[in-house]
Design a protein around this ligand. Sequence first.
Ligand code: CA
Ligand code: CA
Length: 145
Amino acid sequence: MSKVEDFLSAKEEQEIVDAIRQAERNTSGEIRVHIERTSKISHYNRALEVFRVLKMFNTKQQNAVLIYVAVDDHKFVIYGDKGIDAVVPDDFWNATKNTMQEQFKKGNFKQGIIDGVIKAGEELKAHFPWSIGDEDELSNEISKS
Ligand code: CA
Ligand code: CA
């Protein structure tokens, strides 16, 4: 049985946090990563639950994006709040998933997550550019359970 802690090294986690911080420099949007071993409910529903627990619906422009990973289940979900979901191209979430999947298949978990963060960040930047007064509304740390 793998532990969530073994999934990424401390250094890899820091690189992901740095990628989130970097992405959020250009947008008012918020990106969070949540990692856990497994989910008893559907991964989509679980991602939604985590979104709620992390209070990710509480951004001013409803533009938070969650990258949810269930390590043992080999599943992940990208969930964007309605502000961002309303403006991205129809295939955006799938395209982002595919980008991540390519790295995951090669066992490059850190890079897969970082690629997802970068892609979400670019899209957020296009629709919600950073402006003076924007705050870091949600922690950039990786959430685990
Ligand atoms: Ca922000
Ligand atoms: Ca943040």
